[in-house]
Design a protein around this ligand. Structure first.
Ligand code: ADP
Length: 141
């Protein structure tokens, strides 16, 4: 077990459906602590960086459009095994395939509209935390 920090993005569907409170409560109930939080609009440049592994996919323009429908909320969540544990709480990318009781299973719509992003490795988290937060926006409480 190791203490890790994951970058979680509450996507526009979560923000417009008022899911920030209930979903954040699930992460906190599971023992994860907020180290940074910020509401922001994402421009195409940051989306191209964040979804660099998908820019050649036919659905990439739809992702850009979806991610710009409303502001997102970026949160740094710290705790034991945060990377894997938070992705387990989320469920798989496709909300339709996500089990009831997972966040995407309970609140997601489909493969794209799926409530939250969460870092998929310790290395990715390091890059993503720097992408969304300046060093003085992360708090060790
Ligand atoms: P995850 O967010 O679960 O780590 P990926 O990194 O594969 O998944 O994809 C990033 C995001 O791109 C997904 O969360 C989803 O919003 C969108 N996406 C992925 N695959 C598809 C798809 N086949 N069709 C539409 N959107 C997709």
């Amino acid at each position: 077990m190791s203490t890790e920090t994951s970058l979680v993005l509450f996507k526009p569907d979560a923000v417009t459906k008022d899911l920030l409170g209930p979903v954040l409560a699930r992460f906190q109930a599971a023992g994860f602590q907020i180290r940074a939080i910020k509401m922001m609009r994402l421009d195409e440049a940051i989306l191209r960086d964040h979804y660099a592994h998908l820019t050649e996919m036919p659905f990439f323009p739809s992702i850009v459009e979806f991610m710009q429908l409303a502001p997102v909320v970026a949160v740094a969540l710290e705790g034991e095994n945060a990377i894997a544990a938070i992705r387990d709480l989320l469920g798989p990318t496709d909300s339709q395939a996500a089990a009831p009781g997972t966040i995407r299973g309970d609140y997601g719509v489909d493969k794209m509209v799926n409530v939250c992003h969460a870092s998929d490795s310790v290395d990715a988290a390091e890059v993503e935390l720097q992408r969304f937060f300046k060093p003085d926006e992360l708090f060790a409480i």
